[in-house]
Design a protein around this ligand. Structure first.
Ligand code: PCA
Length: 232
């Protein structure tokens, strides 16, 4: 059996948010796996057929200084094939599949407001780094899968200017030196259990979404396709 190791990350308590979905979702994946098919199912096109999937959940502090070093340590310990990071994007209506990380971070006291596109003072994440990095996750396949599952989602080129984007930037910078590893970022909306009109999605749907992200990324990892990953 081929072993594929996955790190799924999220964040610890986050100011002003009762339930941070990015705290719950990685843990749920580590506990439950990514769906029934890898537990005795035999659907032909199951990307997990013959795969021993090992998922490690990592909870990170909402801290520019600490988040990446902790993830980096976990990466060195686990030696993963895939790294999927998640974080809360409060104003999102559905799942946002992030295409790129930018070399910009908010400075100043109102950092927490910089989760979306920020307007305040900024500085580079890495003064010597490029303007942006692209993810190599199969975003098109993932969004197609979301369509089949009825999961509301969009492509995004903006993980904000706060810790999520900085972590993503550092992660993709690391991944350029480790091209055998696929890495990406999924922004999650608020956990919303009942108000269908408002922002957010129920937590179970968010868990399902990140399970699909892992499944489709494993499929691509095992058999890279020639179809374009990025949608212009
Ligand atoms: N979202 C923040 C940091 C922690 C989180 O869940 C962000 O968008 O950067």
């Amino acid at each position: 059996m081929e072993q594929i190791k996955v790190i799924v990350t999220g964040y610890d308590r986050y100011q002003g948010v009762d339930v941070n979905p990015s705290y719950l979702v990685p843990q749920a994946l580590a506990d439950r796996g990514v769906g029934g098919l890898n537990r005795g199912g035999t659907r032909l096109e199951d990307p997990l057929l013959g795969v021993d999937l090992d998922i490690t959940a990592v909870t990170l502090p909402v801290s520019f200084a600490k988040a990446w070093p902790i993830l980096h340590q976990a990466i060195e310990r686990v030696e993963p094939d895939l790294v999927i990071s998640t974080g809360l994007k409060r104003h999102a209506r559905g799942i946002s599949m992030e295409r790129c990380a930018v070399n910009v971070k908010a400075v100043g006291d109102d950092r927490a407001r910089q989760e979306g596109s920020g307007h305040g003072l900024t500085e580079p994440v890495d003064p010597d780094g490029p303007a942006a990095y692209w993810t190599r996750l199969p975003l098109r396949a993932i969004l197609q899968e979301f369509g089949h599952c009825g999961i509301p989602a969009t492509l995004s080129s903006d993980a904000g200017t706060y810790v999520c984007n900085a972590l993503f930037y550092n992660l993709l910078g690391w991944a350029t030196k480790h091209p055998e590893v696929l890495a990406g970022f999924v922004s999650l909306p608020l956990a919303n259990e009942n108000d269908r009109q408002g922002l957010g999605l129920p937590i179970e749907q968010q868990i399902r979404a990140v399970q699909e992200v892992v499944r489709e990324t494993v499929r691509y990892y095992r058999q890279p396709s020639s179809s374009p990953i990025l949608i212009a």
